[in-house]
Design a protein around this ligand. Sequence first.
Ligand code: AMP
Length: 216
Amino acid sequence: MKNIIVFLGAPGAGKGTAAASVAAKTGARHVSTGAMLRDALARKTPAGLEAKSYMESGGLVPDAVLCRMIGELLAETPDGATLFFDGFPRNVAQAEALDGLAAGAGAAVTLALCLDVSREDLLARLGGRRVCPKCGAGYHVVALPPKKEGVCDACGEALITRLDDQPKTIAHRLEVYEQSTAPVIGFYETAGKLRRIDASGTAPEVAALVEAAVAG
Ligand code: AMP
């Protein structure tokens, strides 16, 4: 069986940071659909080019693009692996599709972690977020600064602010979250798979809570 753990929460809640650090510790694979799409866009693949305008405006990329990506990923995942899904599913249709894709690939969603943060904290976190355009590592100017200002610790590339972390786009992404993604929490609650995590603390504090939840 392939084990899927879904990370839910608003943009800026710290899903990527927590998933990356707990994955590194436990041997799970961190799957960020946002990072996969940014990579596809950088390589100008058909999926990347199709996703471009949606990503730049902070809207959702069509479900079919995501389901194809996730279907391929599940097929190539070895049995016994654990996957941390960060940014997928993003609406109830994707959550339903994921159950079908998983069943067909010998996988199952066993846990959905919802990272809870106040709106005030989300705005502060998103504004200070920086990312490495080369390796995808994430940083924050206050909460998680790189060793050398503006430079990626892992690969030495100059860090950037994502186009969709600009103030106007942030507001739109939070709206999309409320309308489309928040209902996914109810989907997993009904399925009896939801665990809520208080994600208001520091990155190491949140990672410790996530690690404990994953360990069961
Ligand atoms: P993220 O890095 O998770 O914030 O994702 C960045 C952007 O990629 C989002 O604002 C969407 O445009 C797109 N994206 C990522 N995951 C999904 C998904 N599951 N469904 C639709 N669009 C997505």
